[in-house]
Design a binder for this molecule. Structure first.
Ligand code: MN
Length: 290
């Protein structure tokens, strides 16, 4: 067990915690996370009023949004918005709440968000939206088998989410870093520990299925089995498959830095001359006459 120094000091520092998700405000994973995070600070819940899973970083700009006061099954007060997960965080960060949150925690998602899943995930997008506004954030997901025989238990996942965030608070991870936390669907005793990981590689089996409606018009499903992945050591997929909690630090900067120099050395001038006649560059008005 890790010893956490100055717990009270941390609690003072991290005061306002926003809890959101992409499964909708009534999802049991959100309630488990909210209950656990109350041990760490003041919790406010603002989450979508319906399921937005796999919505990515969708934002709503073309219509007004409504926010309702609701209560979770355990009586906790919450706000339910008719926008996306990223909308919920933008609302909270930009003036809906009297105070900007100090920390945004998104989840606990019903399934894992590993490897390329982070691009599709509304859970991760909510945390990324927090990073856009300079708020430290984490996404928390449970790695369950494709067809779990038992109901999901979020207790261990919620516990580890809090422990990870307590550490992140002590070691003051920057506000532009998002922690992507995936927890295997095991009991507290069964979980072997925590690994810091890089993103692994997912293997998707999606295919397009063409069907016809009763009028003979085609429609399409993109469907497939749950994704598998390359279970490589050091990756998030490897860690959860070995029974470890995976913590992957993500950042918004998608720049492939190793290619910057190469692109700057490409022969730009020659290519421009090849495409444009010389007079078009020197005398653009002649183009109009032509
Ligand atoms: Mn989801």
């Amino acid at each position: 067990m890790l010893t956490l120094p100055a717990y009270n000091a941390i609690k003072m520092k991290t005061k306002n915690i926003l809890i959101t998700n992409d499964d909708g405000v009534n999802a049991p994973g959100l309630m488990a996370l909210a209950v656990e995070m109350q041990k760490f600070g003041e919790v406010t819940i603002l989450a979508p009023d319906r399921n937005w899973s796999v919505c990515g970083h969708a934002r709503t700009l073309d219509r007004p949004m409504k926010v309702r006061d609701v209560r979770l099954e355990n009586g906790m007060p919450a706000f339910a918005a008719d926008g996306s997960p990223a909308d919920c965080v933008a609302l909270a960060a930009r003036g809906f709440l009297p105070q900007k949150p100090d920390l945004v925690v998104s989840g606990i998602n019903t399934t894992a968000n590993l490897g390329e899943d982070v691009i599709y995930s509304g859970t991760v997008a909510a945390a990324m939206e927090a990073a856009v506004w300079g708020i430290p954030a984490a996404a928390v997901s449970l790695d369950v088998p494709a067809n779990p025989r038992e109901a999901r238990s979020y207790a261990a996942a919620a516990f580890f989410a809090r422990r990870v965030l307590e550490n992140a608070s002590i070691y003051s991870l920057g506000a532009k870093v998002v922690l992507n936390i995936n927890i295997p669907a095991l009991t507290l005793e069964e979980i072997r520990g925590v690994q810091s990981t890089r993103l692994g590689r997912r293997i998707y089996s999606d295919r397009v299925e063409r069907r016809e409606d009763p009028r003979g018009n085609p429609y399409y499903w993109i469907a497939g089995d749950a994704p598998s992945g390359v279970s490589e050591h050091g990756t998030d997929i490897g860690a959860v498959s070995e029974g470890f909690v995976s913590v992957t630090p993500l950042h918004l900067d998608l720049t492939a830095y190793q290619h910057l120099l190469q692109i700057s050395n490409w022969n730009w001038c020659e290519r421009i001359e090849m495409r444009l006649p010389e007079k078009a560059i020197l005398l653009p008005e002649l183009n109009i006459i032509n």
